[in-house]
Design a protein around this ligand. Structure first.
Ligand code: GTP
Length: 310
């Protein structure tokens, strides 16, 4: 599982240090282990992390302007940045100062004057921990078979995106997809071929996604959900039709289907920025009803949910 974790060369370490000499010493010791970027203040460190979150931060205690401890505290409180490990590199640190570092969220210390072996080993150890944590996170968000996001992540991310769309009065759309006559496919071609078909369908759907915030999730056995934040009903319908066409174009033979190949049906629902649907469950129920209509009207097509009260 952790095979890919051996190589640290792609890991990025941010050095926050105002002495040019110390910057040089640290980057020299880390050469060949990982990539490094250097900044001279806590403010610049925060700015850099916002744009390019590093895998590890080596933080000086005494800095011009914001102190290292203050920068550490602020980073720990920022969404998406709180899991970046921070090691303090500092000399003559008192017990009270050590307390302050731990309380701010530091994971370790490296004493000055810097001993090359200590620096290299601490950096390697923390980069490996970070890689392992990132890998575990990835595994817990993805579906093992199809490599798209899993249901657990959908439940978390979907609820968050739905709430955000209500707060910002933006439209949020969802497409529910289901493979047509998949039971018959499994019965005729076997479960392993069924698994291969599922993988190909997931990849074809994922291949249609262009915006970074859009996401494909395996919702159930042969059912997928696609979350489309900031997407108007027309755009969602267009994308749903693209999914239908892309799966048909795979031309996976299915002799027990009226289409001769594997196809999908899709249902689309959108909350139009207001309180159209109370929560994500209602939005999904509407998309599911539209999916049912698509099945009922002959499959291999996408239907849009009827407006409430229509
Ligand atoms: N190979 C494989 N099959 C799966 C997996 N998950 C669910 N299925 C199968 O998908 C089939 C779904 O069958 P149904 O719900 O009856 O739907 P359907 O046959 O696609 O019929 P319609 O939806 O009406 O077109 C079942 O036979 C499940 O066993 C999986 O991970 N791998």
């Amino acid at each position: 599982m952790f095979k890919e974790i051996e190589d640290l060369s792609e890991s990025l370490v941010l050095i926050v240090e105002d002495s040019m000499l110390t910057q040089k010493v640290i980057s020299c010791f880390l050469e060949g282990i990982c990539s490094v970027h250097m900044v001279t203040s806590g403010e610049k460190a925060i700015e850099f992390c916002r744009a390019t979150p590093p895998d590890l931060i080596l933080m000086d205690w005494v800095l011009e302007g914001m102190s290292g401890v203050e920068a550490c505290k602020q980073l720990q409180e920022m969404e998406g940045l709180s899991d970046i490990p921070i090691i303090f590199v500092t000399s003559n640190i008192s017990e009270q100062q050590q307390d302050l570092c731990w309380d701010a969220g530091a994971v370790d210390f490296i004493p000055k004057p810097i001993v090359a072996k200590t620096l290299m080993n601490r950096v390697k150890t923390h980069l490996k921990y970070k890689q392992q944590a990132d890998t575990l996170k990835r595994y817990s968000y993805y579906d093992g078979l199809t490599k798209v996001f899993n249901r657990r992540f959908f439940d978390m991310e979907g609820a968050r995106q739905f709430k955000q769309s209500i707060r910002q009065q933006h439209t949020c759309s969802v497409v529910m997809l289901d493979i047509d006559h998949f039971k018959k496919f499994n019965d005729r071609y076997g479960h392993l071929n069924g698994d291969d078909a599922l993988k190909a369908v997931a990849s074809a759907i994922d291949g249609q996604i262009r915006r970074p915030m859009d996401g494909v999730y395996r919702y159930g056995g042969e059912e997928f959900a696609i979350l489309l934040p900031d997407t108007e009903p027309d755009g969602a319908k267009q994308l749903a039709n693209q999914f239908v066409d892309a799966v048909k174009a795979l031309a996976i033979v299915h002799e027990d289907s009226e289409f001769g190949v594997v196809t999908i049906s899709a249902g689309v629902a959108s909350n139009d920025g207001g309180e159209h649907y109370q929560d994500l469950a209602q939005l999904i129920a509407a998309a599911d009803q539209a999916l049912y209509n698509a099945k009922h009207q002959g499959r291999n097509q996408a239907c849009v949910a009827e407006k409430k009260g229509a």
